[in-house]
Structure formats: C-alpha cells, structure tokens
Design a protein around this ligand. Structure first.
Ligand code: PMP
Ligand code: GLN
Length: 398
C-alpha cells in the first residue's frame, strides 16, 4: 500500500483526548480538557430544542441563518463598536476549529509564511503545515508571558502572509495588552499581511481586564478575521458553533473554504446561539464573574497545596509550576502520576509547544467546574501529596 498523508501520519492524537481517556480509565476528576460540567443558559438551549421541533432541520444558508448573522453583527457592534454587514461580513462555522482552518485556507498559499505564537492551541500547526505554508514560531515565556517584541518582529519577513494568534490565550491565561496589540498591528501593516484572531475566550476575562479585538485597531479592519465560539460564550462546548467576522474582501474566500469543509452548520443550534448573542449585558458580565470566582477558588487551593500558581487574566485555565512541590520529573510524568494516584487530571504544558527546549515543569488545570468538584479535586491532591510524604519528589529541591 502506498503511504498515506505524511503530515497526518506524523500527527499524534490530541492531548485533550489522550488525557480525557486516561481520566476515564482511572475515574479521575478531569480538570484537563476545558469543558464546563454545567449546562449553558436555559433559554439558549430551549431555543435550539424548539428549533429542532419546528421544522428547521434542512440545510440553512451556507454562511449561516440570517438571524444568527444579525446577532453576531449586533454583538460585535455592542461590545467593540465594530460595524460588520451581516449579509456580507459574517460567516457561521461548525466551531471555532473550523473557522480557524477556513481563515487559514482563505489566505495561505503553499510556501507562504505564517507567524504563530507558542504555547499554541493544538490545531494551529497541523493545519498551517497541511496547507503547505511555513510556520514561523515565536515563544512567550513564563511566568509573565510577555510578547518578545524583537523576536516577533524578526519572524515577519517578505514571505509573511498571516499571523494566527489567540487572545485571551489558551493555555497561558494571558490577555494581550493594547500596547502589545498595537505592536502586532504595526507589523501586520508594514508587512502587508492578514491576521487570524482566535478570540473564543473574548468574554472570559477577569480582574477588570478587557478583551480588545485586534480588528478594532487602526488599519486592521480589512486585515483581520475575528473568530468567536458559542462553546465558550454560552458554556456549550459540544455545540461547535463558531462565527467569523471579516471584511467583505476576505469573506468570499472564507466562505469558499467553509463551503468545502462543512458547507453548513446545524440550523437549530444556530437559532439557540442567535438568542444567546442577543442576551443582555448582565449575562456576559455574569459569565466572567462566575468564572472569576472559580479561578480564585482553584488558584487559592493550588497555592495552599504548594503549587507555583501563575496569574490567569482570562480563559478557563490556570498554569501551575510543579517544581515547588519538589517534583523531579517532567510535566507529562506529573500529569500521568496525578491521574493514576491522586485521581485528578491536568494537561502537561509541553503539549502546547512544537519546538525544542520548551519548559517542562508547567501543568494546566481547568476551573470551569462546579465548586464541589473543584474542592474534591483539591482534597484528592492534598491527600496524595500527604501520602507521598514529599520524599520521592524532593530530589530537585534537595
Ligand atoms: N481556539 C482555542 C484557543 C480553544 O481553546 C478552543 C477550544 N475549544 C477552540 C479554538 C475551538 O473552539 P470550538 O470548540 O468552537 O471549535
Ligand atoms: N479547548 C479545549 C482545551 O483547550 C479543548 C478542545 C478539544 O478538546 N479539542 O482544553
């Protein structure tokens, strides 16, 4: 038999699936893969359920139900002052995952360079490579994850076609500042390229941090493809409804990519998401304060147990340094041992790096869980640490 696609043959199963399977195998509390253990808003779910029963079960328009495109446009105007024509500048996709691929397909030719920022979300690199484009990786470093400006500038060149970046950022919990965004915008304008903006955690920011879409910066309106996800904004990760807002000059190619990927997205779920995006401001404020409390609960508990807890300004995730526990192995062995012995699952941060020399003592915990489950996970880890007596882990610290 001839060899199959070389890139896919070389790609492993995503860490989220690997760790969730391990969690199931060991009946562990799964703080790995980022999904809430509670349901989304009742009215949103009800609208989708009603739309299943009222005959909306055939192909919707390719770019999305008119009512959802209207809602995406109104939401962009309400929160960011973005004017987007719902009939020409909004495309509904089957999750942000499809949206990311569609936007990359819309602009990249084989041989084009695409700037990516490590640590990075798992789908970015495989898709860039499958399109025959050349990834140019720039790394953020813990604990503050500041943008290394000189390195970022050096990653842009005459072959750069696009940058794909994520704010608020998974797994770091970083929210890019206005100054960092201005620096990125300047590079994009100077090198005449595009930006694919993964903003799925746009409403999940804490401590007064505000998400700023790159698209709102001067000169960026025509260059940015802004991506949102109902999974994150309505705590309905299984729905896989995403939405892209971009200039009409880009929307044509984005739509053709979508046409060839999935063509349409379930109409009943789209109906629910349209209701969700029209919810009042209190809903969106409540979502972030609800998660901010969970972040505080888990962060305080992990710090009490001796983890080094990094700051989280947004997303579902806390990054922790396991060295202060005295752990003398790497992040992968830590997560495996934690699942098997403590019955709590987390994600090793090296999974978010593609190049050599990644820091290998950081571990990501998801806090989008009921308070009782978070407390139970902390109690299990406390008992585990006590039982280990710290001795086997003390080698590094001496
Ligand atoms: N981007 C990032 C940074 C994510 O964390 C996720 C996680 N779900 C996605 C994209 C994919 O979103 P969706 O589930 O809507 O495909
Ligand atoms: N975005 C989620 C996370 O980072 C998982 C998504 C997935 O499983 N593909 O944990």
């Amino acid at each position: 038999m001839q060899p199959q696609n070389a890139l896919l043959s070389a790609t492993g199963t995503t860490i989220f699936t690997v760790m969730s399977a391990l969690a199931n195998q060991h009946q562990a509390i799964n703080l790995g893969q980022g999904f809430p253990d509670y349901d989304g808003p009742e009215d949103v779910v009800r609208a989708a359920a009603d739309a299943l029963l009222d005959g909306r079960n055939q192909y919707p328009p390719m770019t999305g139900l008119p009512e959802l495109r209207q809602a995406v446009s109104a939401h962009a105007k309400r929160f960011y002052g973005i004017d987007a024509d719902p009939n020409a500048e909004v495309i509904v996709t089957s999750g942000a995952t499809e949206a990311i691929t569609a936007c990359l397909m819309a602009v990249l030719n084989p041989g084009d360079e695409c700037v990516l920022i490590e640590p990075l979300y798992d789908t970015y690199l495989p898709v860039v490579k499958l399109l025959g484009a050349i990834p140019k990786l720039v790394r953020l470093s813990p604990p503050h994850w500041e943008l290394p400006r000189a390195e970022l500038a050096a990653a842009f060149g005459p072959k750069t076609k696009a940058i794909l970046f994520n704010t608020p950022m998974n797994p770091t919990g970083k929210v890019f500042t206005a100054a960092e965004l201005a620096f990125i915008a300047d590079l994009i304008a100077r090198h005449d390229c595009y930006a694919i903006c993964d903003e799925v955690y746009e409403h999940l920011t804490f401590d007064g941090w505000k998400h700023i879409p790159l698209m709102t910066l001067p000169g960026m309106r025509e260059r940015c493809m802004r991506i949102g996800s109902a999974g994150k904004t309505f705590s309905l990760t299984g729905w896989k409804v995403g939405y892209i807002t971009c200039d009409k000059s880009l929307a044509g190619n984005v739509t053709k990519a979508h046409q060839n990927l999935t063509f349409t997205t379930p109409p009943n779920l789209q109906r629910g998401v349209a209701v969700g995006l029209m919810k009042d401001d209190a809903y969106f404020a409540g979502l972030s304060s609800h998660l901010e409390h969970k972040r505080d609960r888990l962060a305080a508990g992990l710090a009490r147990l001796g983890f080094g807890v990094l700051e989280t300004k947004g997303t579902y995730f806390i990054t922790t340094d396991v060295r202060p526990l005295g752990w003398n192995g790497d992040d992968v062995s830590f997560c495996r041992t934690l699942t098997e012995e403590a019955k709590v699952t987390a994600i090793p941060n090296t999974a978010f790096y593609a190049t050599e020399g990644a820091p290998n003592h950081y571990v990501r915990f998801a806090f989008c869980k009921g308070d009782a489950l978070l407390d139970q996970a902390l109690a299990r880890m406390e008992a585990w640490l006590a039982a280990r007596g710290r001795a086997p882990m003390a080698a590094v610290g001496g």
